[in-house]
Design a binder for this molecule. Structure first.
Ligand SMILES: Cc1cc2nc3c(=O)[nH]c(=O)nc-3n(C[C@H](O)[C@H](O)[C@H](O)COP(=O)(O)O)c2cc1C
Length: 463
């Protein structure tokens, strides 16, 4: 059986993820032949000549995507490789596919779903992949998990099994947007007073006034009172996608000399709010937009737009792109941005404009949900351990109180010891257990009482 390893890491053979694949190769020598395509590292030459890649893809029984999770998804280079498979119309139907990633498990789910969705598009037989922590291969548990995973893949292939398809490709509401946006009445209704705020619209749209995306953007611009500035990523001369070299870790300076860092600070960070506008491509935002996302790694784990409201103008059938919706919400949550909305039609663009203005004028901050809280806890632990290298991140995390380790809450821990000791005493247990709920409410009651007192005081003042 031939396994083609599509290595999406820009580090080529130096990829951490690839070491797990090498490990499996030694373990499964007898049952599989492993071939390698370093797609992440060789993406520029593959763009010029895809012939050899095509032959490798066609000759394989199993395509094994091996890659690092980059910013909620796969690296921009692997996005591009998938675009190339589609652009060249390579027939992948009926071929098996699976994936191995390494990461810190920070949004590995959306990266895996991205690969699965694209395998579905290509008519491949997809089998659930392995998402490993960077250190897993170093432990016997991690090695066993990898071995068991591959044995399971081989068994599924022998049985002819694969995951059910998840993606529904048909578009439902496509042309609606242009019609709505050309409606005269709609334009007039949405006239709003001017404000001194500035909104940056980051897009990768083609400079063509007739596209759905450009209609969405102009619809948004018409409905908003703040001044809007469009920053088109197409005009930025990217030298390439993030290489994952960690050169930027200590001083924030990227190895590329294309001026991206300055571009980011001078063009995007200046805005009071940011709107991202793109057309859905291969269940994502397309490789150029993804390159923009990945390259922000030069700013470490400190979002350049922290605290600013954001929104999305999305051209495409978002209804069937649950994964992409998760990525957008989760990015905003972890970045400390309020997600004012995701708009796919002219009406939704107007609503987004209104909400964004509300956030700007009221300085509204959205409370964090699981995506934000969970994500930041992973980063907190990571940066704390890596503080010697990631100095800027460490300073920033300290400054912003991100190090909320439970070990610091000594009073709370001591109180729980006390309650635990009391509860282990049978006599006391009987007495206390009925009062537990009341006890838990005590701190809240204090707050309520204080609020009551403040209200009474304010009432008396007004009299
Ligand atoms: C640009 C960039 C973005 C990253 N984004 C994530 C992420 O979203 N989630 C995560 O858990 N790890 C993330 N990482 C960490 C990598 O996934 C991790 O270091 C991986 O093991 C590297 O694998 P490789 O050596 O095969 O390239 C990111 C690293 C870089 C350089």
């Amino acid at each position: 059986m031939k396994v083609l390893v599509v290595n999406g890491s820009p580090k080529g053979e130096n990829s951490v993820t690839l070491q797990t694949v090498y490990y499996l190769q030694t373990k499964y020598k007898e049952s599989a032949e492993f071939l390698y395509l370093h797609a992440g590292q060789r993406i520029h030459s593959l763009e010029k000549d895809f012939q050899a890649a095509e032959e490798l893809l066609k000759g394989a029984d199993l395509i094994l995507f091996s890659y690092p999770v980059y910013t909620f998804l796969v690296p921009a280079q692997l996005h591009r490789f998938i675009e190339l498979i589609k652009e060249h119309g390579i027939d992948m139907r009926g071929k098996y596919a699976t994936q191995i990633s390494t990461s810190k498990h920070f949004y590995d789910i959306t990266a895996h779903q991205f690969i699965q969705d694209n395998c579905d598009d290509l008519g491949m037989k997809y089998l659930r992949g392995l998402s490993a922590d960077m250190e897993d291969l170093l432990s016997s548990r991690g090695r066993k998990e990898a071995e068991d995973f591959f044995a399971y893949i081989l068994w599924n292939m022998k049985e002819g099994f694969s995951e059910p398809r998840r993606y529904v490709p048909e578009h439902s509401q496509k042309e609606k947007i242009i019609e709505e946006s050309l409606s005269r009445e709609f334009f007039e209704k949405s006239a709003v007073p001017a404000s001194d705020k500035r909104i940056i619209i980051v897009t990768d749209m083609e400079e063509n006034a007739g596209t759905r995306l450009s209609c969405l953007i102009s619809r948004f611009q018409k409905a908003v009172s703040a001044s809007c500035e469009v920053v088109n990523l197409r005009s930025f001369p990217f030298s390439g996608g993030c290489l994952g070299c960690f050169h930027c870790a200590s001083n924030g300076v990227c190895v590329y000399k294309d001026g991206f860092d300055t571009y980011l600070r001078e063009n995007i960070q200046k805005g009071d709010a940011i709107i991202y506008a793109y057309t859905i491509k291969d269940h994502s935002m397309g490789s150029r937009f993804k390159m923009y996302d990945d390259r922000q790694f030069c700013n470490g784990h400190r979002t350049v737009t922290m605290g600013k409201p954001v929104g999305y103008l999305v051209d495409g059938n978002l209804e069937s792109e649950e994964n992409l919706r998760t990525v957008m919400e989760a990015r905003a949550q972890v970045g400390g941005n309020y997600l004012a909305g995701i708009a796919c039609s002219a009406k939704e663009a107007e609503q987004l404009a209104r909400r964004l203005e509300y956030c700007l004028s009221n300085d509204y901050r959205q409370p964090k949900n699981f995506y934000g809280v969970g994500g930041l806890k992973i980063f907190r632990d990571l940066i704390y351990q890596m503080q010697g290298l990631m100095r800027e991140d460490h300073r920033f995390y300290k400054q912003h109180g991100f190090y909320d380790f439970p070990q610091k809450k000594k009073g709370m821990i001591a109180a729980m010891y006390l309650v635990g000791a009391m509860m282990s005493n049978k006599k006391l247990q009987k007495k206390i257990s009925g009062k537990m709920t009341e006890g838990m409410l005590m701190p809240y009651q204090k707050v309520l009482k204080q609020a009551e007192e403040e209200a009474t005081k304010a009432g008396k003042k007004n009299e």
